[in-house]
Ligand binder design. Structure first.
Ligand code: SAM
Length: 234
């Protein structure tokens, strides 16, 4: 883990000033700077369940559905846009109200929202070999040529952190995008990461859970490109 990663992400400074972790059930908010880094997941969640991280959860549809389906998996959603963090909190809140979820029942106690830049969060707060899966769905493609350097899969610190923090042999990285040329670039860049290899079976067990972008693009008839990588012990 690098002490001072050399970020090329333009939002890095803005988002990290306010970075925080939110427990959507208790509504407890902890400034990231108050947490010891790296985070001890077991102490943090109060159990030893596996941890999965969704990067760029947007409006939170996948995070809600998957965390409901797998109560014995701990989920951390990382999102740098305050607006989407707010909308996702509302989504969970509305769901709990609508279905009369008792806040002491344990439902959604396996979810935390990190309002933070993913590069910052992964390189500082996520312990090595501690993550069962990363979910990265519809990462911003930054289609304009001069903006492509902002693509998250171009950030070497980010790629290294993915590989370092996944658990060997079981750790998986799930990716989906509608943007074909970015898809090929992602695969090209991941082929340079020696600890990760693509696996044939490119269906996630939660493939049927769609993200907000996926719903939109599928209804427009766009093709969706998917890949799954696994970390193996070298
Ligand atoms: C195109 S949206 C996709 C949202 C969601 N995954 C979906 O499929 O509906 C990309 C999301 O990633 C977030 N994002 C982009 N770069 C990020 C970063 N470096 N750290 C955290 N979130 C990021 C954006 O704010 C945005 O919400």
């Amino acid at each position: 883990m690098r002490e001072n990663p050399d970020y090329n992400d333009i939002y890095y400074q803005n988002t990290t000033n306010y970075s925080q972790i939110i427990d959507i059930v208790t509504e407890r908010v902890i400034p990231l700077s108050d947490l010891a880094a790296p985070i001890d997941w077991e102490g943090f969640f109060g159990n030893a369940h596996p941890v999965e991280i969704e990067i760029g959860f947007g409006k939170g549809r996948f995070l809600l559905e998957t965390s409901k389906r797998h109560p014995k998996v701990n989920y951390v959603g990382v999102e740098r846009a305050q607006k989407y963090v707010g909308l996702t909190r509302e989504r969970f809140e509305k769901y709990m109200q609508h279905f009369g979820v008792d806040k002491t029942s344990g439902t959604f106690s396996n979810v935390r929202l990190a309002w933070a830049d993913a590069n910052y969060f992964l390189t500082r707060y996520v312990p090595a070999a501690s993550v069962q899966a990363y979910h990265i769905y519809f990462p911003d493609p930054w289609p304009k040529k001069r903006q492509r350097k902002r693509r998250i899969f171009r950030n070497q610190d980010f790629l290294s952190a993915l590989a370092e923090t996944l658990k060997s042999d079981v750790g998986r990285l799930y990716i989906a995008t509608d943007y074909e040329t970015y898809f090929w670039e992602i695969q090209e860049r991941l082929s340079q990461v020696s600890a990760l290899r693509p696996i044939e079976e490119n269906l996630s067990p939660d493939r049927d859970i769609t993200t907000n972008f996926e719903m939109k693009y599928t209804s427009e008839g766009r093709e969706i490109y998917r890949a799954v990588y696994e970390k193996f012990s070298s």
